[in-house]
Design a protein around this ligand. Structure first.
Ligand SMILES: NC(=O)C1=CN([C@@H]2O[C@H](COP(=O)(O)OP(=O)(O)OC[C@H]3O[C@@H](n4cnc5c(N)ncnc54)[C@H](OP(=O)(O)O)[C@@H]3O)[C@@H](O)[C@H]2O)C=CC1
Ligand SMILES: O=C(O)C1=N[C@H](C(=O)O)C[C@H](O)C1
Length: 255
């Protein structure tokens, strides 16, 4: 079966990569790609259509799944249209607030919805091991540093938030401290969180655990956005066979 994929944010950094990743495979194809203000542009031979036609495209072109890398507001609009149309939704968008997260969850009652803040397999491995490292090093200071390109809108990154959840679930911590300035000695139990924005850096996450005259650093560095796109397209192909519900990238990898 050829999986039929709709792409949103099609001329963005990630949308372009998703189209390229689909085009390289023979088990799926792009059936539409939208962006807010298309000007007749094509991406890898795919015509970019206006985002305000999404609601009709998602019905008429009969996609199996939509892959979304846009922004939180538009991702919610798109998932709600997919829920109405009975189309599965895969999103890598980050920066959702609580209400937006709830809307994503709610759509999972009607269709399969997969949200992953990071589609790199190495990040999933990092999520899997960081809790164990924290458990083994109770009482060590923990700091998280994430580094991204200068156009990234949200901070800390979605991946950093996911890693922080895992760290907090596995140790005794008091609070997250976002950056430091002036007279600001480290408090016991805090987790320092630092967001660097510079140039066109694809995405780096490092967790530093230090104490007992030693330090452990767990680092993931994405060298190319294609790694995220490949994971997202794997997820779109995987979700084709799934019933309504909420999924994450770990579900895709575990099969
Ligand atoms: N999960 C993962 O593995 C990854 C997640 N991300 C996340 O993906 C998202 C997009 O990142 P990136 O591609 O770098 O961002 P870009 O800004 O390059 O692209 C976003 C695209 O979405 C479009 N867009 C934004 N708002 C809307 C809207 N309301 N309706 C329709 N289109 C819209 C933008 O159009 P316009 O140009 O008109 O604004 C743009 O083309 C971010 O949240 C980022 O954190 C990024 C990389 C990996
Ligand atoms: O905006 C990006 O570029 C990225 N965003 C994701 C995040 O917020 O974690 C994933 C990746 O690090 C790239």
């Amino acid at each position: 079966m050829t999986v039929r994929i709709g792409v949103t944010g099609a001329t963005g950094r990630m949308g372009r990569e998703v189209i390229a990743a689909v085009t390289e495979r023979d088990d799926c194809k792009v059936v539409f790609a939208v962006n807010r203000e298309p000007d007749g542009e094509t991406v890898d031979g795919v015509e970019i259509e206006p985002a305000d036609e999404f609601d009709s495209l998602v019905v008429d072109r009969e996609p199996t799944a939509v892959v979304d890398f846009t922004g939180p507001e538009s991702a919610v609009d798109y998932v709600e249209a997919c829920a109405d149309a009975g189309v599965a939704f895969v999103t890598g968008t980050t920066g959702f607030d609580d209400d937006q997260r709830e809307a994503l969850e709610a759509a999972g009652d009607d269709v399969a919805v997969l949200h992953a803040p990071n589609f790199a397999r190495g990040v999933q491995a990092l999520v899997n091991v960081v809790g164990e490292a924290v458990q083994n090093l109770q009482g060590y200071d923990v700091e998280l540093v994430e580094t991204h390109h200068n156009a990234k809108r949200d901070a800390p990154s979605g991946t950093a938030n996911r890693l922080l959840e895992e760290i907090e679930a596995n140790g005794e911590f008091s609070e997250r401290t976002h950056g430091r300035e002036g007279e600001a000695p480290r408090e016991e139990g805090e987790i320092g969180v630092h967001a660097l924005r510079a140039g066109d850096i694809t995405g780096e996450h490092e967790i530093v655990l230090a104490g007992n005259h030693e330090e452990v650093r767990l680092t993931h560095r994405a060298e190319d956005r294609g790694v995220f796109a490949a994971g997202a397209v794997d997820a779109a192909v995987w979700i084709a066979g799934q019933k309504a519900g909420r999924y994450d990238f770990a579900d895709v990898i575990s099969e």
